[in-house]
Design a protein around this ligand. Sequence first.
Ligand code: ACM
Length: 637
Amino acid sequence: MLKTFSLLGLTCLMSVGVFAQNPALIPVPSKANYPKGAYALNKSLILAGPKNDALTTSYANLTDKLTRIAGRKVQWLYDQSSVASLAAIRFRLNTTPDPALGNEGYQLISDVKGVQISANKPAGLFYGIQTLLQLLPKEIESTQAVSGVVWKVPYANITDTPRFAWRGMMLDVARHFFTKEEVKRFIDEMVAYKYNVLHFHLTDDEGWRLEIKSLPNLTNKGAWNVKKEGHFTSFSKPLPDEPRTYGGFYTQEDIKELIKYGQERFVNIMPEIDVPGHSMAAIASYPELSCTPEAVNYQVISGEPFIDWSHGHPEALQDNTLCPANEKVYTFLDKVMGEVSSLFPFEYIHMGGDECPKNYWDKNPQILAMRKELGLKNSQEVQAHFVRKLEKIITSKGKRMMGWDEILEGGGLPKNTAVMSWRGMDGGIQAAKDGHEVVMTPNNHVYIDLMQGDKAIEPPVYKILRLRDSYAFNPVPAGVDAKLVKGGQANLWSEQLFNYRHLQYMTYPRSFAVAEALWSEPANRNWDNFVGRVEAHMARFDVAQKKYAPSMYEPIIDVKRNVNGEIVVQLSTEISGLTIHYSFDHSFPDQFYPEAKGSVTVPKDATVMKIITYRGNKAMGRTIDLTVADMIKRVKK
Ligand code: ACM
């Protein structure tokens, strides 16, 4: 029998250097050991596996990597003949399912005879291929042929199954539109880390991105705004004659293509139609959906401020809500959900439900009349009434409804509705107590639109979420019924994402951390070990020319005033093994400059502190300019 051990044991061994060469797999597998040695891939290879439509793309993509990038000659055998049993890479679907592997698990054995991947289902073989690709040298990530590499697979015995069935990433294509080809690329990048749900945030105040054939204005008008650059949400108000040509949408044919693309990679796509708030694009297209008469003059938002957040809850300066007291709204939603449900095969439709301003509702005569008639005590109960009506529509189309945790407010949420918890995990805990299925997406762990390091260097977003915070994500907090937690996901909002390169920068490495939280067992996870593997994957990304953030190398900055009134800067690091160096004289610090240990007192006449981290003689982070003016602002807060 194969001897296996957990990663914690493995970490102990690693610390004495025995297994320093263990392959850097993300997410870390359930059980793995790595005997000494590696299997070299000959110039000509036979690959063998069951012929199965669900695997056609997986086989083709592997073949493409092995031929185009690694220069191997590949011949496939789709049978179990004696020649097939001698193939260099063999795939097997278990004839008697192995209960330990479930629907997505796999076993990968690499030894002197080659590589064998077995699973109960095609999805398991697909995940086995993702692991095989990570076992190959990093050059396999190249986009073009590479020479001079010894193509070998380290010997391995891996048995691997996911912790959660729902391993999602949410992509907001409403605030900034990403093309169909970019979405495909996003899917390819997700599945390499064993994600399997793409939550597609298709509508918002800044754009409606899905063709609805019975409601053409949604994309004729609602998909377009004014192109602006700078800091989204702080833009100037567009002028009436500025061209509204920025944006885009997916035709229903595009969506079918994306769904197929996802299915071929074992990814389900969940559409989100975000209502009753976040609906300015719909209202600009069909003003009669609003109860506010001025809505006839409303336009799709281009990133100008229109919600007041100063009270801790959203107050709309322009009413961006569908009117819950207007029957036309339910006719509209019936048409939208009808087309959405015909298009998307996934079991769930997400209806948003988050951040719905109530200030217009509190005063609107139509809504006040409805409250009186139905005995609804407040605007929360009005929203709950809307949610229940929408649930009936979605259910009538043969789908199940999911919404953000605000849909718990006002009570009476139908049991069949699933809840996505984003304002921490309390909403998810409460929802599970009430018997709802839950997907955990707490903003303090998985909101990968937030800054990944200090604002002195990162593109500005209102809050910080470091790699370590993402790694600390546990979707099953104490007190929750684990059976009701379907899993979790990383959420990528796109207010500040103007292009795909920056999308990658925000997604990696934090989505490595979330992937591991969703796939791997807690006992196998270890921060220091993970950081080592992240670095190996950064090297793979360098080969692939994919962007990622180096923020984990940069210091955590804390600014205070001491008892003498001087400003002191406390610098620490998220990962171990770095030294921090600084200057106050405007010159670029390096490893020969003073090292920040404990707190550094800022000289009276300094205007800027330049900071950089090193590992030995190698600069690791970027140089940070922390101005004294910024320090003064921080200590005032
Ligand atoms: C959300 O972040 N408003 C769900």
